[in-house]
Design a protein around this ligand. Structure first.
Ligand code: DUR
Length: 300
């Protein structure tokens, strides 16, 4: 097959072994990954990486779908920063396609942003998803005629999905060193399938029936502190990875969902730098079994 020919629709890769959406192949991605939402954040944090091979530049590849992978070393340890963009489908691409091209056990940390639901999470806090995250989904069945008649609930809540305890602890420890202990907290994350409807935002344009959503959430999960769009997917896939992926997530609260305050751009960037370095340090200090898994056959 030619360079771009795909022969397997079950898990499409091209003739060079490059994945379909991220476009990377084996050898280009480290088994420690920092997943971030925007290219700007990725490039800013790439300033803290050294090239994998001294004298050469960092490895950088942006796929046709806009997923940017940057690979180098942090304090000597191989590490990749990957732009995941937003939402659960993109988190799914990033976890699954990286798993397919990385050898050995993996650690994935997400650095994201979120809305703060209640203390201890406040505007500008860095909040680690410890003990984990649950999922809020909009249920289309509730909005059809039959659903309206039978009272199908418009939103469903999953049970909490755990994060990796050691990696989450390391993330809090490193973040407290860089942001000060008062800037860091932890709690249950709520991951939603929309920025709008399933996060309880309302407009006149759509019938979303979400007026009581945040109150219902806090009634069901009084310990929920953050609201965003990716963490539960990352943790769910790690849980299902047959022990091959350890995952944790930390998010910067840039929206206060009670007062409706929003964090300024300068402060956000400052926090992204500090929290980003905490994520890189937590990843670098994590012990991984590089020989784990079906890829390993003694050679490469
Ligand atoms: N995000 C939210 N909700 C907020 C603030 C931030 O989902 O209130 C995160 C998740 C997503 C992106 O990646 O930021 C949406 O703006």
């Amino acid at each position: 097959p030619g360079k771009t020919d795909i022969t397997d629709a079950n898990f499409p890769v091209d003739g060079e072994g490059r994945t379909y959406h991220l476009g990377t192949k084996r050898g280009e991605v480290a088994n420690r990954i920092l997943s971030v939402g925007s290219e700007k954040r990725a490039l800013m944090l790439a300033e803290y990486l050294e090239p994998a091979v001294p004298g050469q530049g960092l490895f950088m590849l942006e796929s046709s779908r806009g997923f940017l992978t940057i690979t180098g070393r942090y304090h000597g340890t191989p590490l990749s920063i990957i732009v995941t963009h937003m939402g659960m489908a993109n988190a799914d691409f990033v976890v699954r396609e990286n798993r397919a091209v990385v050898e050995g056990e993996m650690a994935i940390v997400r650095l994201g942003t979120c809305g703060a639901l209640q203390p201890p999470a406040r505007l500008g806090s860095f909040v680690v998803a410890d003990p984990g995250a649950m999922l809020i989904r909009r249920n289309p069945d509730a909005f059809g005629l039959e659903g309206e008649q039978s009272g199908v609930p418009p939103y469903t809540f999953s049970r909490p999905i755990p994060s990796d305890a050691a990696l989450s602890q390391a993330l809090q420890h490193e973040a407290a060193l860089l942001l000060g202990p008062e800037g860091v907290c932890c709690g249950l994350n709520a991951t939603a399938d929309s920025f709008y409807s399933s996060q309880g935002r309302s407009t006149a344009w759509f019938d979303d029936r979400n007026e009581s959503l945040l109150a219902d959430l806090l009634c069901c999960y009084p310990e929920a502190v953050t609201l965003e769009m990716e963490t539960a997917m990352l943790l769910d896939l790690a849980r299902c990875s047959r022990g091959s992926i350890r995952a944790a997530a930390g998010v910067i609260a840039l929206a206060d969902r009670t007062s409706n305050d929003f964090l300024g751009a300068d402060r956000t960037q400052q926090l992204e730098r500090a929290a980003g370095q905490a994520c890189l340090a937590a990843l670098a200090h994590t012990q991984l079994d590089d020989t784990w898994g079906p890829h390993h056959n003694g050679s490469t």
